[in-house]
Design a protein around this ligand. Structure first.
Ligand SMILES: [Zn+2]
Length: 148
């Protein structure tokens, strides 16, 4: 039964692996259904509106608004070395929501629900399990490869 679930989930996952490649190139991508035009972020290979599997990647501006945030003090497995850290959920300008860490451009005391943020692709070389991700930064912050 688990194998069956694995097979069902494997195909959509591999279809959107290009998401990581685009992030590495500094582009934050969502997907757009070629059948009905529905937009999705995070990327989704199979349209939730019309079930079509025909999609294309579209680049996002990264402009977003903070909906909520929380400070992680008790780390999930694998993140013990990096606590405490703060994560936020943003509404993207083009639609969809993203969960991401706050980057260096924002001090903890500045964080406020409703503030404008920029989602910026990052490469976290120092964290073994996450090679490519994105962080929440001040509006106008440009993508740059991790400084380490
Ligand atoms: Zn669709």
């Amino acid at each position: 039964m688990f194998k069956w679930f694995g097979k069902v989930n494997f195909v959509p996952f591999t279809k959107v692996t290009d998401f990581a490649r685009h992030l590495k190139d500094g582009r934050l991508m969502g997907t757009k259904c070629r059948s009905c035009g529905a937009f999705s972020f995070p990327p989704r290979a199979d349209c939730e509106a019309c079930m079509s599997g025909d999609f294309e990647f579209v680049e996002l501006s990264g402009r977003s608004t903070l909906q909520t945030f929380t400070k992680i003090v008790a780390a999930p497995t694998g993140f013990e070395d990096v606590v405490p850290y703060t994560v936020g959920v943003v509404d993207l300008e083009e639609g969809g929501r993203a969960l991401a860490w706050f980057g260096d451009t924002i001090a903890e005391e500045e964080i406020e629900i409703g503030m404008e943020l920029q989602v910026v692709p990052q490469i976290f070389d120092e964290i073994e399990d996450i090679k490519v991700y994105y962080s929440l930064e001040k509006p106008g912050t440009m993508w740059s490869k991790a400084s380490t």
